[in-house]
Design a protein around this ligand. Sequence first.
Ligand code: OVV
Length: 408
Amino acid sequence: MMASSSAASTGSPGGSIPHLDFDPFSIEFFADPFPTHAKLREAGPLVYLDKWGVYGVARYEQVHAVLNDPETFCSSRGVGLSDFAKEKPWRPPSIILEADPPAHTRTRAVLNQVLSASAMRPLRAHFTALAEAKVDELLARGSFDAIPDLAEAYPLSVFPDALGLKQEGRENLLPYASLVFNAFGPPNELRKEAIERSAPHQAYVAAQCQRENLAPGGLGACVHAQADAGAITHDEAPLLVRSLLSAGIDTTVNGIGAAVYSLARFPDQLAKLRADPSLARNAFEEAVRFESPVQTFFRTTTREVEIGGHAVGEGEKVLMFLGAANRDPRRWENPDSYDITRRTSGHVGYGSGIHMCVGQLVARLEGEVMMAALARKVASIEITGEVQRRYNNTLRGLESLPVTIRPA
Ligand code: OVV
């Protein structure tokens, strides 16, 4: 699996860069990435991944450094494997994710406002009520599949309404997001099959981004209102709504899935949460660190640069292993334990720097209120069947998590 460090000499001061031959986008790796994450970190601060001809960083220090130097490590050439300077993107690039300053600064300011703390305040009561209703419904059933029935059902019950989407066609939302996150990967089966089947999902999303399809007062309408105010143009507004549809649902599905899976595996942590429901927000945050629902992103170098003592040329792709950084023992005490009282700040599950998740307050709101509802209402979560993993080039999460829960 892991090739030797065949010494491709670069003349770098730190000696030669370790070359690894494993495929970081293979099913075998996704099934259990942790031993390989450790090997990646131990191989050195910078590795070269022969399978795809890209550099990789898996230690916290280097992942954090790359994320925080957007001039050198740009996003406008794509944050997947494909270099937009060399290949046509599969869809028109995102004007926030796949953009650099100064273009990024303006679009980012708009979504910062639309998804700000003050924009969350009017959502909280309703998000809380629906989390409590969902847990009551699941307690009445007793046994259910925590992925479709909780991790998917809850975000789908709150976020599309908050955006202002009509009811019809919402079944396209998860397939579209799965496509977007598979498309960051290499041209493997996951990516190719997702793109092959994508036409109806793309057509749905394109239509829902238009102003006439977004309910007044919703987050989508707020983006269009920012065009009226002159912050963005009227043709940019639909593309920024597209970012909310791309990144706003499958991410929280996998975050909440990670949190429920963690509480189910570590009953002592559920006990702590029940004893002090004010830990709900940190219990969710720790699940984001522990599982890292978004496992990887790429950057592209804009100049020759040194990483970990090695010279890297211009126009190179650098793969950041966020999940490995979030468990780097150089940064975290007991990195492989799920500890809801841990000081989680600094984790890179939402990224870091100018591109750090603009929807993080929505994600934390959904995660916090669901964890709080579980804390107050549920005495135990028992895994009662086969846990099945879901495979995606970027997202880490489960397909199925059969559980039985008992009331407090
Ligand atoms: C963070 C993220 C993931 C996927 C898509 C987008 C953003 C976007 O802006 O479209």
